[in-house]
Write a protein that binds this ligand. Structure first.
Ligand SMILES: O=c1ccn([C@@H]2O[C@H](COP(=O)(O)OP(=O)(O)O[C@H]3O[C@H](CO)[C@@H](O)[C@H](O)[C@H]3O)[C@@H](O)[C@H]2O)c(=O)[nH]1
Ligand SMILES: [Mn+2]
Length: 734
């Protein structure tokens, strides 16, 4: 009997038609623009000034990036899964869940434990589920938290199973107003047990927090310097004597060895240790990777992912099933575009119609085999050159899913020794880990790079985007964090672009053209900084010095420029409205893009260039997962928080002041000299920049609260603006 398909893929035909028509029209207009620029360049005497050429170059670069972006629009699809058609529980494959934490101050153990508990409570056979927590901080607090979490899970998991609880992250369950329970309404038994479990949760919370008070801050240096600790969490038999135990997933604490003299490769390094340690313990064929702040919001995600992995038609090439990153702390206004709407709502469903989405760090179910590279090698010596010297691990490679005897004390002692060996600093020396094996080290955005290489090897991926978010995380809610994180991402992206793995060269011969273009877009994204800096300064300085950059309003070429501007705006609007967002979102996204371009993209690109020349080591500053009340209050009001480093604020404020000056100067000139026909384009550009960035102007001139732009930054920016104006005056007027 032919079995029914486990999933369906529906192309969004109307979107594809709109997208392709728009691309064609916009492309034609761009060709006209270049014709105009080139012909006026060739025919004009004297030759146009340097700013003119730079603006031309900026327009070209913007157009190239735009062109690559169109690949995402080509064939958007959406997917559905049919959970009821999955095989029986006994036939489901094992899953190892990897959760990473790095710093107990920025990532409070209680939150991390909530993620751990939500993963343990996934709706999946418990004997096929194992949860590994990697603690790069080596914090005894986190370790203690794990023990408490295990004890609490003893009650929490049976409770969730018994009542079919829909949200299994305890913190969210207890703070949510609606009942996430699928039994008969207000059953007395349920209410009673809920009360009981609530008390247990309070106790659990208290204990985890109390451990924090006792242990305190003794561990400032140990984050970079600690021995390996691997511990299968189990309760003391005396605690549970006589109680019939519920089946529990395996829970393992892993803190790899760290020494200041060794590089640890951040999250990728941590994940590779987990790959090896889990390899000799449970060796499940599938792996779910989660950031410590991303709790499982829908317990059925594992089964959803299996609908793809178990489909014999697609599974041979399928490397991973990616769920979107979604966040629970984003307010309605989303002033920082924390949800990364364009990526997860537009681009990933788009690329899903090609070879599959880019690996996105968290919320993906990966096939273990895909990370091991070529497995046809049987020669043990050569295998050891690739995988390192652990016999146990080499054995695990070829027999996927062998549940070792962890409970047996003697073998468990041996197992632990081996696990410590696998997580030592030196294990990876002279092996292919991070080079061709596991998560790759080359870039701080290990996810993007690892996924890219998988796609280059011909693997595919799937974007699973159910209406109930499978995972929910914490997004950045202040300007500083947003831009620091953005700098890291773009530095990582650009590192790859500058390397021999540059998507245009390395990817083009290994992937279909459209998929290469999608990666090409991400590879070039950091370079947005060049055109944005140029277009935010040069037309303005030219305007103040009587040089016109755009065609006269009366000329028909002006129509071409207007068309390109309006068409992109309308397309953005169409995307926003068709995905149920508001006009405010459009403004927010444009503002965040401009702000990121002149800061995060700029610093990220420079950082990558400096790293490329070996002048700086890679770094990974984990994002803060705790916010103070003041910060939360500003965020809730939808006000930008300008309590950010001077280095990040100054470029933004300087450009705003410069545009204010040029706008006022330009308007005055229009009235006095009647030059509007020549200067309208430039005046409008300034006006547009100012309109989109009105909240910045407000923060600089009108706000009185703590989150306003600090006066010293405004003054510094003013000085730099004056300098730029003088420079423009001297170089443009002779
Ligand atoms: O040395 C490190 C640094 C970080 N992490 C963990 O990595 C995860 C992501 O770190 P976070 O500070 O939250 O960075 P984000 O920028 O929010 O993370 C995004 O970007 C990363 C790549 O830069 C991806 O790995 C993430 O999955 C993706 O969510 C967290 O669980 C950390 O605990 C480690 O385990 N070891
Ligand atoms: Mn994060």
């Amino acid at each position: 009997m032919k079995s029914l398909p486990l999933h369906a893929c529906t192309p969004s035909i109307s979107s594809a038609i709109i997208n392709r028509s728009y691309s064609l029209l916009h492309f034609t207009a761009l060709v006209a623009l270049f014709y105009y620029r080139l012909s006026s360049f060739l025919s004009s005497k004297p030759k146009p000034s340097l700013p003119y050429l730079l603006v031309f170059a900026s327009e070209m670069l913007l157009s190239i990036i735009w062109l690559f972006d169109q690949a995402y629009m080509w064939r958007p699809v959406s997917r559905t899964t049919f959970l009821e058609r999955l095989p029986e529980d006994e036939e489901l494959p094992g899953i190892d869940v990897f959760i990473c934490t790095a710093d107990h101050k920025k990532e409070p153990p209680l939150e991390v434990m909530n993620t751990v508990l939500s993963a343990m409570a996934l709706d999946y056979p418990p004997d096929k589920l194992s949860v590994y927590l990697s603690d790069d901080g080596g914090s005894s607090l986190t370790f203690q938290g794990m023990r408490e979490a295990w004890l609490f899970a003893r009650s929490w998991l049976p409770f969730c199973r018994k009542f079919g609880i829909k949200i299994r992250c305890p913190k969210v369950y207890f703070s949510s107003l609606e009942d996430n329970y699928s039994g008969p309404l207000h059953s007395l038994e349920y209410e009673k047990e809920k009360e009981k479990i609530k008390r247990k949760y309070e106790l659990f919370k208290e204990r985890v927090n109390k451990a924090g008070e006792i242990i305190g801050s003794e561990e400032a240096t140990s984050i970079k310097d600690h021995p390996p600790v691997i511990e299968v969490i189990n309760d003391e038999p005396k605690n549970v004597a006589g109680i019939r135990q519920a089946k529990m997933p395996l829970l393992v604490y892993v803190s790899r060895e760290k020494r200041p003299s060794h590089s640890h490769h951040f999250k990728a390094g941590a994940l590779n240790v987990l790959l090896r340690v889990s390899g000799i313990m449970t060796n499940s064929p599938y792996i779910l990777v989660l950031d410590c702040d991303m709790y499982c919001n829908d317990p059925t995600s594992a089964r959803q992912a299996m609908c793809f992995h178990l489909d014999p038609k697609i599974s041979p090439s399928l490397a991973f099933v990616q769920f979107p990153q979604k966040f629970h702390n984003i307010n309605k206004n989303d002033i920082y575009d924390g949800q990364l709407r364009k990526i997860f709502v537009i681009r990933w469903p788009g690329i899903d119609g090609l070879q599959g989405p880019v690996l996105s760090g968290t919320g993906f179910y990966m096939k273990r085999e895909a990370l091991y590279g070529n497995l046809s090698e049987k020669n043990v010596v050569r295998l050891k050159q690739s995988f390192g010297h652990s016999n146990e691990f080499i054995r695990s490679i070829h027999n996927i899913y062998q549940y070792s005897a962890i409970k047996n004390t003697e073998s468990s002692c041996k197992l632990q020794q081996e696990a410590q060996f696998l997580s030592s600093c030196t294990y990876e020396k002279n092996t292919l880990w991070g080079e061709q094996m596991g998560f790759l080290y080359h870039s701080v955005v290990e996810d993007y790079f690892t996924g890219f290489i998988l796609h280059c090897k011909g693997k595919t991926s799937v974007f699973c985007n159910p209406s109930k978010p499978a995972f929910l995380g914490i997004s950045t809610t202040n300007l500083n964090d947003l831009l620091v994180q953005g700098t890291r991402w773009n530095s990582g992206l650009f590192e790859v672009t500058l390397s021999k793995f540059c998507p245009f060269i390395y990817g083009l011969s290994r992937m279909p053209l459209l998929q290469t273009m999608c990666y090409g877009y991400l590879a070039l994204q950091p370079l947005y900084f060049l055109p944005l800096w140029c277009l935010a300064t040069l037309p303005q300085l030219c305007l103040l010095n009587g040089i016109s950059i755009y065609p006269q309003v009366s000329s028909s070429w002006f129509m071409v420029f207007s068309f390109i501007f309006l068409a992109s705006l309308l397309k953005h609007l169409e995307e926003i409205l068709s995905t149920g967002a508001s006009i405010q979102t459009l403004l927010n996204e444009q503002r965040v893009w401009m702000m990121k371009s002149v800061t995060a993209y700029t610093f990220g690109s420079l950082d990558a260039i400096v790293k490329c020349f070996g002048m700086r080591e890679a770094s990974f500053l984990p994002t803060n997962k705790v916010a103070d009340d003041e910060q939360v209050a500003l965020y809730q009001m939808g006000k930008l928080n300008f309590q950010a480093s001077t280095m990040i604020l100054t470029p933004i404020i300087t450009l705003i002041i410069l545009n204010m000056v040029s706008f006022i100067g330009g308007v005055a000139e229009m009235f006095i000299a009647g030059s509007w026909n020549e200067t309208f384009g430039q005046v409008f550009l300034s006006l547009y920049i100012l309109m989109v960035n009105y909240p910045v102007i407000e923060g600089m001139l009108l706000r009185k609260d703590k989150g306003r732009v600090p006066t010293p930054v405004t003054l510094l920016s003013l000085v730099i603006t004056i300098f730029l104006l003088c420079l423009g005056h001297m170089t443009l007027r002779w």
